[in-house]
Ligand binder design. Structure first.
Ligand SMILES: [Zn+2]
Ligand SMILES: [Zn+2]
Length: 137
C-alpha cells in the first residue's frame, strides 16, 4: 500500500480508517437520501479506490436504490451512527468517504455538485464548478 494520505474515525471511535493515495474524485451531493442520512443539506464525499481504504472496526449498512437505478449502500457505525462511507453499484471498487469523518480534511475541494435540483435555499455549495441536477452518467 502507498503512503498514508489521511486518517479518520467515527464519533465514538469504534471505527477508524486510513486512506492511502489521493482521492480519485470529490463532490457534494444534495440528494434527499444524503440529506436524510446526514441530517443536513448535503454530503461532502471523496472517492477513493477500495484498495486505498483501510477500515478497522465493524460497520452496519443500509442499501437504497437511487432514482438512477443504482444501489447506494451507506455504511455507518452501529454504536454512534456516524456515516463513514458509501458504495454505489455503478462504481465498483470505489468507496465514497464522508469527508467530515476525516481527521484533517482541509485538502478537500469539491470537484462537482450532484443533485443540485434538491439543493435547499439555505445550503450553500459552489456554483462555479460543474453542477448536475442528477447523478451524471
Ligand atoms: Zn462510532
Ligand atoms: Zn446523495
Amino acid at each position: 500500500m502507498s503512503a498514508v494520505f489521511a486518517t479518520g474515525k467515527c464519533l465514538c471511535g469504534a471505527v477508524t480508517f486510513t486512506l492511502h493515495g489521493p482521492p480519485v474524485g470529490t463532490g457534494q451531493c444534495h440528494c434527499k437520501d444524503c440529506q436524510r442520512a446526514s441530517g443536513t443539506g448535503h454530503m461532502s464525499l471523496a472517492r477513493f479506490k477500495t484498495e486505498d481504504v483501510d477500515m478497522s472496526g465493524e460497520t452496519a449498512s443500509f442499501a437504497v436504490t437511487a432514482d438512477s437505478g443504482n444501489v447506494n449502500t451507506r455504511h455507518f457505525c452501529p454504536k454512534c451512527g456516524s456515516r463513514l462511507y458509501g458504495e454505489n453499484s455503478a462504481f465498483p471498487g470505489i468507496k465514497n468517504i464522508s469527508v467530515g469523518c476525516v481527521d484533517d480534511n482541509n485538502w478537500f475541494v469539491a470537484g462537482r455538485v450532484v443533485y443540485a435540483k434538491d439543493r435547499p435555499a439555505w445550503d450553500v455549495t459552489p456554483t462555479d464548478i460543474p453542477n448536475f441536477d442528477r447523478m451524471p452518467p
